[in-house]
Write a protein that binds this ligand. Structure first.
Ligand code: FES
Length: 154
């Protein structure tokens, strides 16, 4: 749980008077400082920037790179773009979710691993592809799903 007083102090220090277009820079700065954008930050952001909570939440949920949960120790970014989907990406997503015990777009409750979508890694001809802690893995099949699962559980 992130301390709301610390979040409030951070926001107050970051946002300068007459600062225009502060929402995105503030969200990036909060995520860098706290590892994610905690839900309890939304009312403070909205109040400080004179926005509605819905506006702030809408921006956070629009950009996939903003996290609302603490980062997991391991992050698997699975490509969900067209070429990887046509090469069996949906089945691989299901296998990864089953082996890891986490749904796409979420971190597992123990914080060990997160499964996140990404939209094209530039390796379209050799999909389905993913990044495992930033390392590209191509032509993912069931054996590789099992290897990835073992790797992130170690
Ligand atoms: S569509 Fe997956 S890498 Fe391009």
């Amino acid at each position: 749980m992130t301390d709301i007083a610390g979040i409030r102090t951070f926001i107050d220090r970051f946002v300068q008077p007459d600062m225009r277009g502060a929402l995105l820079p503030l969200l990036h700065a909060l995520q860098e400082e706290f590892g994610h954008i905690p839900s309890q930050a939304v009312p403070a952001i909205a109040e400080t920037l004179n926005l509605s909570r819905a506006e702030v939440h809408g921006v956070i949920s629009f950009y996939p790179d903003f996290r609302t949960e603490p980062p997991a120790r391991h992050v698997i970014k699975l490509c969900r773009a067209e070429s990887c989907q046509s090469r069996g990406g949906a089945a691989i997503e299901g296998e990864l979710a089953r082996h890891l015990g986490v749904a796409m777009g979420h971190a597992r409750k123990d914080g060990q691993v997160a499964l996140e979508p990404v939209y094209c890694l530039g390796l379209c001809a050799i999909g389905p592809n993913a990044l495992v802690d930033g390392r590209p893995v191509a032509r993912i099949d069931e054996a590789q799903v099992e290897a990835i699962a073992r790797e992130v559980e170690a």
